[in-house]
Design a protein. Structure first.
Length: 82
């Protein structure tokens, strides 16, 4: 079952539009879908390096969830022809 991005607040439409534009740019630049897991891992690694022991498993889980939601919207836009 496909999930859709949903955030509370008035800026949901703006965020969705930004992610669509990011996806289209990634497509135009030739970014491969296979790069996305590596980017997510890199973000987590950088956060852990910067925050040290204050970066908990809960933080990691939250960042992984946010990245998964955002990147899935970007990937969806990359797969769309419009």
């Amino acid at each position: 079952m496909a999930q859709t991005l949903s955030f509370p607040g008035p800026d949901t439409e703006l965020l969705e539009e930004i992610l669509k534009q990011v996806g289209k740019r990634h497509k135009d630049f030739g970014v491969a879908h296979s790069y996305f897991p590596y980017m997510g891992q890199s973000i987590t690694f950088a956060l852990k390096e910067k925050m040290g022991s204050s970066f908990t498993d809960d933080h990691k889980d939250a960042w992984d969830e946010v990245y998964e939601e955002l990147s899935s919207e970007i990937l969806k836009a990359m797969l769309t022809d419009s």
